[in-house]
Design a binder for this molecule. Structure first.
Ligand code: PGA
Length: 256
């Protein structure tokens, strides 16, 4: 069985010193709890130093976004080639803050996802509906569109390298309402159906689907126990290494 995935996107947080201190502590934490696979996604400017701090540890290092072209006249952008030089493992794509504030759309995300695959990164594609979609009962349709366009022309073989994260927009951040675990199970079920429809049982069932959005010490165990939840993608509750450790301990104890 594949290891359960645990990771965090720092968003636009942490000084370089804080990033290095956190990463060194994470290495020790991970050694003590090796039954999970871990990833961290710092801001671009910290990637090189965080990579050094992680050393030989198995923690996967990711970036929060990238352009799809290797080079070009795209002021302010960072390319897959540049991230490949740093040696990242994972590329986070389509976080709801990117979609919401920087107009990222499914078509461009598909280009980014394919560029990520070309550079041997694990693309972590974030999907999720707005509250209004949920209220109008179109969550399934929204998810379907995001998955189908995001994974357009991605072969079965390539699809095996992709991870999806279901992050309902209304559940994310300070004003987020944590999603009910039973609701998460239903939506993860839709996503699984989509993947099986696109890639068949064998491949579709292997693609990890993570849940993110106000994951915390109070809900992590129940969320992790839902069918088709293959990992937790944690924001605020993992930015402090002690809080992250608390979540890891709770998950561990719950499996005894
Ligand atoms: P949160 O962030 O856990 O702080 O809600 C989740 C995310 O944005 O991925």
């Amino acid at each position: 069985m594949k290891k359960f995935l645990l990771g965090t996107n720092w968003k636009m947080n942490k000084t370089l010193d804080e990033a290095i201190t956190y990463s060194k502590k994470l290495v020790r934490l991970v050694e003590a709890h090796s039954q999970y696979n871990y990833f961290i996604i710092p801001p671009y400017t910290h990637l090189t130093e965080v990579k050094k701090a992680l050393g030989e540890s198995k923690v996967m290092l990711g970036a929060q976004n990238m352009h799809w072209e290797d080079f070009g006249a795209y002021t302010g952008e960072i390319s897959p080639k540049m991230l490949s030089d740093i040696g990242i493992d994972l590329i986070e794509l389509g976080h709801s803050e990117r979609r919401q504030y920087y107009n990222e759309n499914d078509f461009d995300l598909n280009k980014k996802l394919k560029a990520g695959l070309k550079h041997n990164f694990t693309p972590l594609l974030c999907i999720g509906e707005y509250m209004v979609d949920k209220e109008y009962g179109i969550t399934r349709e929204v998810i379907k569109k995001q998955v189908k366009i995001g994974m357009f022309e991605v072969s079965k073989e390539e699809a095996l390298k992709v991870w999806l994260a279901y992050e309902p927009v209304w559940a994310i951040g300070e004003n987020g309402i944590p999603a009910e675990p039973s609701y998460v199970a239903v939506v993860h079920g839709y996503i699984r159906e989509q993947l099986v429809e696109l890639y068949g049982e064998e491949v579709g069932n292997k693609i990890p689907i993570l849940y993110g959005g106000s994951v915390n010490a109070a809900n992590c165990v129940e969320l992790s126990n839902q069918e088709n939840v293959d990992g937790l993608f944690i924001g605020r509750s993992a930015w402090d290494i002690q809080k992250f450790e608390e979540i890891i301990n709770l998950l561990e104890i719950s499996k005894y």
